[in-house]
Structure formats: structure tokens, C-alpha cells
Design a protein. Structure first.
Length: 163
């Protein structure tokens, strides 16, 4: 049926075809998202000191002029990173597409409006930074806040004990 060694050649060709198909599949999502009007929006949410904010809620609204086209929400990871896929609603988007981004942390919100540059389509990075520093243990502000809280609890405890 097969000549000697032809089975090894067929196996080699099958492996080469499988590798080629795998490579094509990794390339396809980008070309499909560009032609289908999908935009990947990612970025990092930080405080004013540049430290990442984990657990912030990020909402992204794709706008066509003043009309909302798609809205997606996610939560930042431990590094403050988020990624979303929103639809422009059109395979060939025209001028006027913007992305309204809102990050919420501890009931405080920040907003950003970004016009999508053509060279960034279909991926846009939007970094959001709060105007305040989030106290963290190990920082002077975090230490002062913790010491103040312990002091208040101690005073309340001693006041109740002396009665």
C-alpha cells in the first residue's frame, strides 16, 4: 500500500498542516474583529500615586456621535488591568466614534472620553487614574489612618471601662 517511510512522510505533512491551521486560527480573531466592528478596549486603573486599583468597576460605552451603540462592564484584576470587547455596530465605522469610559471605586467615579484613532482600531488602550491616593498598609498615610483608628477604638473602650 505505502512504500517504506511513506507513513512517516504523511505524518510529517499532517503535523505541518495542523501547525499551519493553528497559526491561522490565532490570526483570525483580529481580522474578524476588525471587519465585524468589534473593538477591544483595555487599560489600567490607578490611584494618583500610580498604584494599581484592584476591584474597580469599569464601564465602557461605544458611542456613534451622541448615540450609545454598546455598553460593557468588567472589574479590574489584582494588577488594576481590565479588558472588554465592545461593538461599534458597523463593519465599516465612520467618523464620530468615541468611547466613554467610567471607573468606579469606593463610590467614587472618574470619566474619560476617547475618540478612536483609525490606526488603533480594533484595539484601544484607555488608562484611568483617580485623583486621590488610596491608603495602603506600609505607606505613611496608611499607617497614620490605621493608627488613628486604633487610637479612636482605644479611647472609646477606655471611656466605657471607666464608667
Amino acid at each position: 500500500m505505502f512504500k517504506s517511510g511513506s507513513g512517516a512522510r504523511i505524518a510529517t505533512y499532517l503535523i505541518a498542516c495542523a501547525v499551519l491551521i493553528a497559526c491561522l486560527m490565532t490570526i483570525m480573531p483580529r481580522s474578524v474583529s476588525a471587519s465585524s466592528g468589534l473593538v477591544i478596549v483595555d487599560g489600567t486603573v490607578t490611584d494618583s500615586a500610580g498604584r494599581p486599583i484592584a476591584g474597580a468597576s469599569v464601564t465602557v460605552v461605544m458611542m456613534n456621535g451622541t448615540t450609545p451603540v454598546d455598553t460593557q462592564t468588567t472589574t479590574t484584576d489584582s494588577a488594576g488591568f481590565y479588558t472588554l470587547t465592545v461593538s461599534s455596530g458597523f463593519a465599516n465605522r465612520g467618523p464620530g466614534f468615541t468611547i466613554n469610559s467610567t471607573a468606579t471605586f469606593n463610590s467614587v467615579q472618574i470619566h474619560d472620553t476617547t475618540t478612536i484613532p483609525d490606526e488603533d482600531f480594533p484595539r484601544v488602550t484607555i488608562n484611568l487614574q483617580f485623583l486621590f491616593e488610596i491608603p495602603q498598609f506600609g505607606s505613611i498615610l496608611g499607617f497614620a489612618a490605621t493608627a488613628g483608628l486604633v487610637g479612636v477604638v482605644a479611647v472609646v473602650f477606655l471611656a466605657k471601662k471607666s464608667k
